[in-house]
Design a protein around this ligand. Structure first.
Ligand SMILES: Cc1cc2nc3c(=O)[nH]c(=O)nc-3n(C[C@H](O)[C@H](O)[C@H](O)COP(=O)(O)OP(=O)(O)OC[C@H]3O[C@@H](n4cnc5c(N)ncnc54)[C@H](O)[C@@H]3O)c2cc1C
Length: 511
């Protein structure tokens, strides 16, 4: 029998863990190196008053990605984590005192829009849902679930009907332009344009196709019992069960290459792990900047694309009053374009931000006056590697954010003991070479989706997975990228391996 391939996975984020699980299950001898003390990467908690608060991703969508993944490794998602579907997808608040809920039940959302903005706007909402659904369905197979295509390849895969769908929304339009055509009510324009930020992008620069993100959310949002970390822990447990070895607190400092092919990984301690294949799950910019050694710089294009959004976050354990929160809440600012101009053009914290508030104990009832777990987040520029970052600027942003919430009726008392703040500087420290960008490169301009690296690189044996790689950021998309990388590695020519039969990952195309 052939020897098992030695595969080193650098990074235990979503992409790395999914790939590790798939490869271990297929018989690879997998070692996962993670510099942090816990798995999960951007999925992380902060402890405030002895309570753990999810301080990374909080909106869990596309559960089918995990259903299919677990099925493909011979088990079921529901045997490992408990997910509860949310009836209210998100509650939205505006500066004029109005608010609107979107529901998992599309008809309920349509009725809510009709009550709130009139029948004509509700009809436009329905039309928007139809368009978002067809863009989503058009791109799901040929783009999201497939190895990164080039422009011509995508055109071929889409065929005349797919191309027809995309041209009907004007593929060169920005998401903002499309929302202005779609809705008359500026609040709805703002609400649906915000989906560009799920990919860390500005609605004024993101392509209209990003309306598919709205569809992803309308397909369902779940809460995860035990927090988002339960997903990462589950993957790590399953990967270990299939023989992967996880080394936490272990930083990779160089990927070695011999005769044009990866041959090992050197750790910060100087230890060298021989490897037949390496998967890098950190930000692809790390390779470009030479943080993994000179031999693998060419693995990603030399030209640095625009970075996606970073954030300032506050994790709190505090009593909340004033307005009834649901689990996911958005408090919109009055000058939306100004917010993105501040971030992307002026590279500064927004003067008046839109605030996302995740009340993590809801929708269950929280006793009045009792402290609850809250994460507040505002968008920020990804310049955490460009000093000077002044604490005064963050303090001003904090004061503005909380006084704006207060203006909109939300009383969120906090003290330095009851709160933990994270800034682009902190995110940059944890995610090297990112500047604090949380979603890899920005999806700006209609060609940007083709400039994200795919799972294969020009360095033989080196593969990529994660939010900075095709098909893009977000927990399920990073998981998909891990799956695509594993598929590419399993199909790698010229390498022998000992493999077990594995169920395929629901209808995915393989290379
Ligand atoms: C505040 C915040 C809010 C978000 N909100 C959402 C949301 O609501 N919904 C959603 O779907 N997504 C959200 N996201 C995005 C989502 O979390 C990410 O897109 C996804 O988790 C990224 O996964 P990844 O595979 O890229 O790995 P990452 O999470 O980026 O992890 C990469 C890992 O690699 C490790 N690493 C890097 N270099 C090395 C090295 N040299 N040696 C060893 N280890 C290394 C890092 O320590 C890290 O643990 C949010 C992110 C943040 C931070």
């Amino acid at each position: 029998m052939a020897e098992a391939l030695r595969t080193v996975v650098i990074g235990a984020g979503m992409g790395g863990l999914v790939a590790a699980l798939r490869l271990a299950r297929s018989g690879h001898q997998v070692t996962v190196l993670e510099s942090a003390p816990r798995v999960g990467g951007k999925i992380h908690t902060q402890t405030v008053n002895d309570v753990e608060i999810d301080s990374g991703p909080t909106v869990f969508t596309m559960r089918w990605v995990f259903d299919e993944l677990l099925r493909s490794v011979g088990t079921r998602l529901e045997d490992h984590v408990r997910l509860a579907p949310l009836q209210v997808l998100a509650r939205h608040f505006w500066y004029d005192g109005t608010q609107l809920d979107l529901f998992a039940d599309a008809q309920r959302s349509e009725a809510a829009v009709a009550d709130w903005a009139g029948g004509a706007e509700a009809a436009r909402f329905k039309d928007f849902c139809d368009r978002a659904r067809s863009v989503h369905d058009t791109l799901e197979g040929p783009f999201m679930k497939s190895q990164r295509p080039g422009w011509l390849e995508l055109t071929t895969r889409l065929g005349p009907s797919g191309l027809g769908v995309l041209s009907s929304i004007g593929p060169m339009r920005t998401l903002w332009q499309q929302m202005v055509r779609q809705f008359r009510d500026p609040r709805l324009q703002q609400l649906f344009a915000r989906y560009a930020t799920y990919c860390g992008s500005s609605p004024w620069q993101a392509p209209a196709t990003l309306m598919l993100v709205a569809q992803v959310e309308m397909d369902g949002v779940w809460s995860v019992e035990g927090g988002m970390g339960a997903l990462a822990e589950m993957l790590s447990r399953l990967a270990s069960h299939h023989g992967a070895s996880l080394r936490l607190g272990c930083r990779a400092q160089r990927i070695d290459v011999r005769q044009q092919r990866v041959c090992g990984v050197e750790l910060a301690t100087g230890e060298v792990l021989p490897a037949d294949q390496v998967l890098f799950n950190g930000d692809a910019a790390s390779l470009r900047q030479g943080l993994l050694g000179p031999a693998v710089r060419r693995a990603v294009p030399a030209q640095a694309p625009a970075r996606s959004l970073s954030a300032v976050t506050w994790a709190m354990h505090a009593p909340v009053s004033g307005v009834a929160l649901d689990r996911h809440n958005v408090f919109f600012c009055p000058e939306y374009q100004q917010e993105f101009d501040d971030i992307f053009l002026r590279q500064r914290l927004p003067q008046l931000p839109t605030v996302y508030v995740c009340a993590q104990d809801r929708p269950a009832a929280v006793p009045e006056g009792a402290p609850e777990r809250v994460l507040a987040l505002v968008n920020a520029p990804a310049n955490g590697d460009k000093p000077p970052w002044r604490d005064e600027d963050l303090d001003t942003c904090q004061a503005t954010t909380f006084s704006y919430l207060n203006c909109l009726g939300l009383r969120l008392p906090f003290s330095s003991q009851g709160m933990r703040r994270n800034s682009p500087v902190d995110f940059h420290r944890r995610f090297p070479a990112s500047g604090g960008a949380l979603y890899g490169q920005a999806t700006h301009g209609w060609t940007s989706i083709f400039s994200r690296p795919g799972s294969r690189t020009p360095v033989h044996g080196l593969y990529l997975a994660g939010g900075s790689v095709h098909p893009g950021p977000g927990v399920p998309m990073a998981a998909l990228s891990g799956h695509l990388a594993a598929e590419a590695m399993l199909a790698s020519p010229g390498l022998t391996r000992r493999s077990r039969p594995v169920a395929t990952f629901g209808g995915m195309s393989t290379p």
